[in-house]
Design a protein around this ligand. Structure first.
Ligand SMILES: NC(=O)c1ccc[n+]([C@@H]2O[C@H](COP(=O)([O-])OP(=O)(O)OC[C@H]3O[C@@H](n4cnc5c(N)ncnc54)[C@H](OP(=O)(O)O)[C@@H]3O)[C@@H](O)[C@H]2O)c1
Length: 309
């Protein structure tokens, strides 16, 4: 199988490439920079092209030359705060890039499946839990809005033109190789802080919960969708479990002896925060997938990774 993976050196992308990299597959990765090259194990089945996805003409030529069976679109801005700093860039890298690739598949009449990586952020603050595939979406950030627009484009291209699309939405995921910046993935940032025995800042006294999923479970979920996903469908990839932040902080404290502080929640966070979040993952489970890594061992593996660096 020929797989084109945009953002294949990033957190999710590099783990997915590990899973898919075997002699039956040819993988082409599109990446903006080579800054995350150390995430990848070299393999003769993998080709890397350094390109900004918003250079649509070049991306089109690459797709024509490679002739992928599957495109997995993971690249784009993945930080909600950066989407407010550079809102027009967010439209280009998150929405227009999706539209361009769908239109390319249509115009070139490629029999290629298009799989979009999306996020729980598209939901906004849910009115009812657990969230599922039918929950209304009211995103609170520009990033969430552009990902949601991309999701709609996938549905439209499937329904109007018959393009084979799938969408997966990931909840808060964590594990080795994730960047450790507070404005991208707070979970991994806190695990990293704890592994360095820093004092953790936990908002709202930890009185809120999220649906945390370890990266290996995410990758097996994406793999299941590649193999068995029904055309046109959206799937959630989540643990289906509530993790209270006070419990998360206490696991980190037990495993690392770090400190914990409970400061006032900043104004920006209050405005965009989605609050309590948990997802019903039964649709993907029906395809034979299930999450396997519990929170204690997921955190332990992530800390071991940080300590080995
Ligand atoms: N991590 C999570 O917890 C999480 C949660 C929910 C959903 N997701 C979804 O999972 C997908 C992947 O996320 P991730 O965590 O793996 O993100 P990531 O680590 O930030 O990786 C994204 C990759 O995309 C590349 N990229 C960004 N803009 C680009 C552009 N204009 N042209 C070419 N490449 C570009 C980046 O390259 P550079 O490094 O060179 O900039 C980076 O390698 C996204 O769809 C995201 O919404 C992730």
């Amino acid at each position: 199988m020929k797989l084109l993976i945009t953002g294949g050196m990033g957190f999710i992308g590099s783990h997915l490439v590990d899973k898919l990299s075997n002699s039956n597959n040819k993988i082409l990765i599109l990446t903006r920079t080579l800054s995350k090259k150390s995430n990848l194990k070299p393999s003769k089945n993998i080709t890397i092209k350094k390109i900004n996805l918003t250079n649509f003409q070049k991306v089109g030529t690459i797709i024509d030359r490679f002739g992928p069976d599957v495109i997995i679109h993971l690249a784009g801005n993945t930080s909600h705060s950066k989407s407010f700093e550079k809102p027009l860039q967010d439209v280009d890298s998150n929405t227009k890039s999706t539209l361009f690739m769908l239109e390319k598949i249509r115009q070139s009449k490629l029999s290629c499946k298009f799989i979009l990586g999306s996020t729980f952020i598209v939901i906004g603050k849910p009115k009812k839990l657990p969230v599922n595939e039918n929950t209304p979406c009211n995103p609170t950030t520009i990033y969430g809005t552009n990902r949601l627009a991309s999701e709609h484009l996938c549905k439209i291209y499937h329904e109007v033109y018959g393009i084979k699309t799938n969408i997966f939405r990931i909840t808060n995921s964590y594990g080795p190789r994730e960047q450790v910046i507070p404005n991208k993935n707070a979970i991994n940032f806190l695990i990293h802080q704890a592994s360095n025995k820093r004092v953790l800042n936990i908002y709202n006294k930890g009185e809120f919960f999220r649906d945390l999923i370890y990266v290996d479970d995410v990758i097996n979920g994406i793999y299941t969708i590649i193999k068995k996903g029904k055309d046109g469908e959206l799937y959630w990839i989540s643990s289906g479990k509530k993790t209270w932040f006070k419990k998360f902080a206490s696991i980190l404290q037990k495993q690392t002896d770090c400190g914990i502080k409970f400061p006032e929640t900043p104004r920006y966070t209050k405005k965009v925060d989605v609050g309590n979040f948990v997802v019903d993952n039964s649709k993907l489970k029906k395809l034979g997938w299930k999450p396997k890594v519990d929170i204690n061992s997921g955190i332990k593996k992530t800390i071991e990774y940080f300590n080995s660096k």
